[in-house]
Ligand binder design. Structure first.
Ligand code: ANZ
Ligand code: ZN
Length: 802
């Protein structure tokens, strides 16, 4: 007996899979099961988060293969972006070299984990053959009216010297997502993708994405932030009609003041004449402050519902890019308005009360729920919803309006390591798109500078206008790397396709991705952009699908001693060390046993060791069986064991199908213990043992692929277990589960009988009793012959063990 030695096994099987092209997806497959893990950023080496992500994905892909499906399971590299520039600077190299070396390292680590990828489909986003299609898509989007260039306030990270998307600015303190530096504002000409054109579809289609976690759908809904409301003109002294946006038109009779955003045109105009207002705008306004601040303008507005004159304030809780930049304030029913009114001594008048309840004391606290109208003249007694629609019709100039939090996607970055935006600026013609035949616009060699290197490279910047031939300047902005990742899943389908980013015909067959797996941190940006790009290319007739990812699993974090594993906390367990110490199979098994994919779990040594023992145990059981097979028939227990094996196969299938995995692994482990007892107390049936072992091997194969290949051969097969058929089973899970309950109940019966009969420890008797033994057990118990009962059924030892 050689014993389980992962180091001897693992590389051998990795090579065998590679040599036999096991994971290649045939281009002519009619349909595929498309299983995808979010490709990694080329940050240096794989961390446990990656390992967990790709273990889950690989296990599912291998399972699908065993189900007889053609599987597409590719991998690639998200390899543009700022961190590579920073890393290159630190290491005195250039971003390309740094990135390519990361790819080498990470690919080797993936191979060492035994992940089964079709490497022929590898995509590398910093490869000109990839990013030329970013440029092509940029041009197509431009043609479709989905690209805009506008001067806009942008988030600027002074440390990274780059523009950040809203999504890259974190928390109330507004810190850079990469370096935690406070973000400032700048006004620059930027390129935008008008994702807002798709806002409605992006919200509405979430309802049908039933394979997505509710939490992610909720985050996207929040991010898009669609609000139905009304726009209503108020007459403002000296300025005529000024529109406000409200979601609570039902409260208009309680609007006791009017407020303008500090950076709105009217506020600025008022400030020219009014020093207090100017001072407030320039010195005091703080939209991020804890309390609302503001200043009276001395002007009044007319509430169109009541005809009353109400004061006009400039207030910093009014945002210029929300709604119309002006609002009607209803202190009785809105918390911010309430806080402001209390501070400025503005009247607070309740106009809504709970449907069945007293008028609440709104002087103390705003009542923010819908209810029934009061103090609202002819609208009294209506419920809020009805009042809103009536008022929308009745008030002069009022109209229904939908507002979104979503902003257009700014794709310009003033950095080197990204896709050059395919534009040439001509003094005569303005910005002109680079003709297709000149794509890709390739990045020049890196030069070391403090700002954007592209601006320093003359050969790059100096260009000829494609329209008029005059000397012109090439655009030096590069694209946000989220552009790269917004369609990479399409490139895998036809990675060498030369006429377009992807082969439409095959993509129509193979898309959408059936199962996508990745981190929850991508719930908004990456997943929203990918949905947008998919819809955009569908509208360009390049694709028949409007959603990229049918099912989504967001895996939980890997913790160490209760904290997120992270380099900065210094509490990382390196995948490489684990592989060296225990083997990849153990690492994979532990990850999959520890928790369901979406849950977080704690990395523990004991956990890893126990997973290792599990594989040891299996290895041992197979070796023993092969060396010295049993010769008996196992008596009545055989039928029970057979049924348990059916149950394992059925449970495992369901558990893999649902991507929960843990139940499958637990059951496999139980079967191993059962086999031990079966062998210890009976002379088992060799057919039953073989089937049990083969089933365990197959069920474990997606998770611990190397050792199971080894054992599969050991059991006399000459195919790959990953290409073998998923274990068949008798009956369906429901029946098997019902029968199990029956068995459990029977055990319970026996336990009671034995207890009554005072035979000893009932637990000893309550063993794997097949239902048909029930009668026998009753009889025996009635005879009050405890030892006999035990002896008859299986032998006393066995019950003790149980
Ligand atoms: C009157 C009102 C009464 C409102 C009430 C709310 C409650 P939320 O709060 O997310 O539902 N609003 C409108 N324009 C704004 C701007 N430019 N800056 C800041 N706030 C603005 O968003 C909708 C509400 O935000 C609107 O409905 C408006 O206040 C406020 F009991 O109008 B409401
Ligand atoms: Zn020109």
């Amino acid at each position: 007996e050689r014993g389980y030695d992962p180091s001897a096994i693992e590389t051998r099987w990795q090579r065998a899979w590679e040599d036999e092209d096991v994971f290649r997806t045939p281009d002519d497959a009619e349909d595929v099961s498309y299983v995808l893990g979010m490709f990694p950023y080329t940050s240096g080496s794989l961390h446990m988060g990656h390992v967990r992500n790709y273990t889950i994905t690989d296990a599912f892909a291998r399972y699908k293969r065993m189900q007889g499906e053609d599987v597409l399971h590719p991998m690639g590299w998200d390899s543009f972006g700022l961190p590579a520039e920073n890393a290159a600077e630190e290491r005195d190299t250039n971003p390309r070299e740094w990135t390519l070396s990361c790819i080498e390292t990470m690919r080797e680590q993936m191979d060492a984990m035994g992940f089964g990828y079709d490497w022929d489909r590898e995509v590398v986003t910093c490869d000109p053959e990839y990013y030329r299609w970013n440029q092509w898509l940029f041009k197509q989007f431009h043609e479709e009216g989905l690209v805009e260039r506008k001067a806009s306030e942008v988030n600027w990270c002074p440390s990274c010297e780059t523009v950040l998307a809203d999504e890259q600015v974190e928390g109330d303190e507004e810190l850079c997502w990469r370096c935690d530096t406070p973000v400032t504002q700048r006004n620059l000409d930027q390129w935008f993708f008008t994702i807002t054109d798709y806002a409605d579809e992006l919200v509405d289609a979430l309802d049908d994405l039933e394979g997505w976690p509710d939490s992610v759908r909720a985050m996207q809904r929040d991010w898009i932030g669609r609000q139905h409301g009304a726009v209503v003109p108020f007459e403002v002294e000296g300025y005529g009609e000024v529109e406000i946006f409200t979601t609570r038109l039902d409260t208009i009779h309680g609007a006791t003041f009017f407020a303008l955003a500090p950076d709105s045109d009217i506020a600025r105009d008022i400030a020219e004449e009014d020093e207090a207002v100017a001072h407030f705008i320039d010195e005091e306004a703080d939209p991020d402050g804890d309390e609302p601040n503001g200043v009276a303008t001395g002007l009044t507005a007319t509430n169109p519902a009541t005809g009353e004159e109400i004061p006009v304030f400039v207030a910093d809780f009014v945002l210029s890019d929300v709604g119309t930049g002006a609002l009607m304030a209803v202190p009785a029913h809105d918390e911010r308005d309430h806080a402001f009114a209390t501070k400025k001594d503005v009247p607070i008048e309740p106009v809504v009360k709970p449907e069945d309840g007293e008028v609440p004391d709104v002087q103390e606290e705003a009542y923010t729920e819908d209810g029934v109208l009061i103090n609202s003249g002819e609208y009294d007694g209506l419920d809020s919803a009805e009042a809103r629609s009536r008022l929308e019709e009745d008030l002069p100039g009022a109209r229904h309006d939908t507002q979104y939090q979503l902003r257009d996607w700014g794709v310009s970055r003033q950095r080197y390591w990204g896709t050059p935006i395919p534009v040439i600026h001509c003094e005569e013609c303005g910005p002109v798109l680079v003709p297709d035949e000149d794509l890709p616009v390739e990045l020049p060699e890196f030069v070391q500078t403090t700002g954007n290197p592209l601006e320093e490279v003359e050969e790059f910047v100096e260009a000829e206008c494609p329209d008029c031939g005059r000397p012109a300047r090439r655009e030096t902005d590069t694209m946000d790397t989220f552009v790269d990742s917004s369609w990479y899943f399409l490139r895998y389908i036809s990675p060498d396709f030369e006429d377009a980013p992807f082969d439409t015909e095959r993509a129509n067959d193979w898309m959408p991705v059936d199962q996508y797996v990745g981190g929850i941190e991508h719930a908004v940006m990456h997943l929203l952009y990918s949905r947008f790009v998919t819809k955009a290319v569908a509208d360009m007739d390049l694709l028949d699908h409007r959603e990229p990812f049918e099912r989504l699993v967001t895996q939980g974090m890997v913790l160490l001693e209760g904290e997120k594993m992270s380099k900065s906390k210094g509490n990382v367990v390196s995948p490489q060390n684990i592989v060296e110490e225990y083997g990849a199979d153990t690492a994979r098994l532990f990850i999959m046993q520890a928790a369901r994919p979406e849950r977080e779990f704690n990395w523990t040594d004991e956990g890893v060791k126990s997973s290792h023992q599990f594989l040891d145990h299996l290895y041992d059981a197979v070796e023993t069986f092969v060396a010295d097979p049993p010769t008996g028939d196992g008596g009545a227990v055989t039928e029970y064991v057979d049924r348990e094996v059916d149950y394992l196969a059925a449970v495992a299938e369901q558990s893999y199908e649902e991507m929960t995995f843990t139940a499958a692994l637990r059951e496999a482990q139980e079967i191993l213990s059962l086999l031990d007892r079966y062998g210890r107390y009976t002379d088992p049936d060799p057919g039953t043992v073989r089937r049990a072992l083969e089933t365990v091997v197959k069920v474990l194969a997606p998770v611990a692929p190397h050792v199971t290949e080894e054992l599969w051969r050991e059991l006399g097969h000459d195919d790959f277990v990953v290409e073998a058929e998923w274990p068949a089973f008798e009956g369906d899970l429901e029946t098997l589960e019902r029968e199990r309950t029956l068995i459990e109940e029977t055990r319970e019966d026996v336990r009671q009988i034995v207890e009554v009969a005072d035979i000893g420890d009932p637990a000893e008797v309550v063993i794997a009793v097949a239902p048909e033994w029930k009668h026998e057990a009753h009889e025996l118990a009635r005879e009050f012959d405890g030892d006999n009962l035990v002896g008859e059924i299986m032998g006393r030892e066995q019950f003790r063990e149980y």
